[in-house]
Structure formats: structure tokens, C-alpha cells
Write a protein that binds this ligand. Structure first.
Ligand SMILES: [Zn+2]
Length: 270
């Protein structure tokens, strides 16, 4: 039996998911997913577009070949040749998010100037780093995934339970958050006070994750008072993780004790 795929392959419009990690939406889906190695999933709305079976590609939407980005996705699948693609530094061009920011009334250059944040490119390949608190797959860059697993195990040895709440998020995912909040009537400035603009979140990089601990609500400042946070303050650095948004950070982002980023010290850095 072939080993299960443990990478997410990413293109501008389509993600290639390991089929075993996807939930079936019905019986027909379940039968197809059980035979598929990968599934092409539209990023904009999460729709399953096609299943990759041993005997070939099975379309799950009408006129699959006319869907934007399908050819790119199939090219990447070929390049990945069954899952041995190097989980390296390849990134997607980040600029496509611009038009959709405008549609939301966010001017990218002005936002970047105001916050000191830069557009963050999505990686082409992400590694499965385990599962988050909600049993969803946790995707990170390969190095960050290894570091998170080590840090998680090390904390457990000290009797401290760390929970992943959220890792990699695509530009489309962040756009979805904004579009849903707008639809509920929130003003754009109110949303920007708690969410980075789509394209500007560290979560797009595959190097950032939100960390919690059982019994604590996700992404609340009260996390700062937990044993888990105390442990992270002492040991995260040894594993290459640092807090991105401490109090008084220059980006105007609220203090986020739960948000950590993998950035190992390079040669010559303290
Ligand atoms: Zn975060």
C-alpha cells in the first residue's frame, strides 16, 4: 500500500489535498474519497473539483477543464510525482489579492504603510504538522512543522499541554473571514482592528501558529496567565518560536500572546 500523502500542494486557485484528510459531504463523495489519493479543492469556496484516482482524474464539477487554475494544479501534481516534491521555499506570487482587497475597500499600499506589514506569499508545499484543537489538519512549512512537533513533545514532558488552534491560512481563507464579517454588518475598520488584512497575515507564510491550552478559549488575552504561556515564555525560543505581537508592537496589532512564529536564529544572530 502506498504511504498516505502528508503534504498540501498549493496553487493560486486550487489546493491539492490528501484525500484521506478530507471529510465526505455524502455517500457518493465518501466512495470516491476512499479511492482517491488527492482531491483538487477550489480555494475560493472549498468545493471539491476533482479526485485523483489510480485510473485517472474524476471530475466532481461540470466542465472541470474550464475552471480557472485546474491546469496549473495538474502541472504541480505532475511535478510532485506522487508526493516526493521538496517541501522547500517555493512561493506563489502574492499580488493577486490586490483586486479583492479593493473590493473590500482596503487600499493595499496605504494599509502596508500604516501597519508596517508586508504582503505575505503562500508556500507551494505545506507539511502536515498534526491536528489542531478542532481535529482539523494543521499545515505548516516543513521546518516549522518539525519544530512545532518537537516543542509540543517537550512541553508535554514538562507536564504542559499545548494546543494548536490555527496554522497556515490561505489568502482566500482570510478573505472569507472578512466577507463573512462584512455580511454581518461589521465595518471594515472594526474587522481590521482584530484581523490582519487578507494577504498580510503571518498565517499565510506557513511559519506562524496560534497556540492554546485545553480549557482556555482560543485567542484570548487570558492565555497570558496560563502555565502553557509561562512555559512558552521560557522555552519557545529554544525551538525557534517567538511571539510576533507583544504589547506595544509597532504594527498596531492587539497584544496576541497566543500567536507565535517560527523564525530560527540565523548564523551570527543572538
Ligand atoms: Zn495568529
Amino acid at each position: 500500500m502506498r504511504p498516505l500523502a502528508r503534504t498540501l500542494l498549493n496553487t493560486p486557485d486550487v489546493e491539492l489535498w490528501p484525500a484521506w484528510l478530507l471529510r465526505a459531504h455524502g455517500n457518493a463523495d465518501a466512495r470516491i474519497l476512499s479511492r482517491a489519493t488527492r482531491v483538487l479543492r477550489r480555494k475560493r469556496d472549498g468545493r471539491y473539483m476533482a479526485a485523483v484516482l489510480d485510473e485517472g482524474l474524476m471530475p466532481l464539477v461540470p466542465r472541470l477543464r474550464r475552471e480557472p487554475g485546474v491546469e496549473d494544479a495538474l502541472d504541480l501534481l505532475d511535478a510532485a510525482a506522487g508526493d516526493d516534491i521538496a517541501a522547500g521555499a517555493a512561493q506563489l506570487p502574492p499580488d493577486r489579492v490586490g483586486h479583492r482587497l479593493e473590493a473590500l475597500g482596503i487600499e493595499a499600499a496605504a494599509y502596508a504603510g500604516r501597519t508596517g506589514l508586508a504582503l505575505v506569499a503562500e508556500p507551494v508545499v505545506l507539511a502536515l504538522a498534526g491536528f489542531d484543537r478542532y481535529r482539523r489538519p494543521l499545515w505548516l512549512l516543513a521546518d516549522a512543522a518539525r519544530a512545532w512537533r518537537r516543542m509540543h513533545a517537550s512541553a508535554a514532558q514538562d507536564g504542559v499541554a499545548l494546543d494548536a488552534i490555527s496554522g497556515y491560512r490561505s489568502h482566500d481563507y482570510q478573505l472569507g473571514i472578512f466577507e463573512r464579517k462584512r455580511a454581518r454588518g461589521l465595518e471594515i475598520d472594526a474587522i481590521l482592528a482584530v484581523n490582519a488584512a487578507p494577504g498580510f497575515s503571518e498565517h499565510h507564510s506557513g511559519q506562524a501558529l496560534d497556540i492554546g491550552t485545553p480549557g482556555e478559549p482560543p485567542a484570548e488575552e487570558s492565555f497570558e496567565g496560563t502555565d502553557a504561556f509561562a512555559w512558552l515564555s521560557r522555552h519557545a525560543r529554544e525551538h525557534g518560536f517567538a511571539m510576533s505581537y507583544p504589547r506595544g508592537n509597532p504594527h498596531g496589532i492587539v497584544h496576541e500572546p497566543w500567536h507565535w512564529r517560527y523564525r530560527p536564529a540565523g548564523p551570527g544572530e543572538a
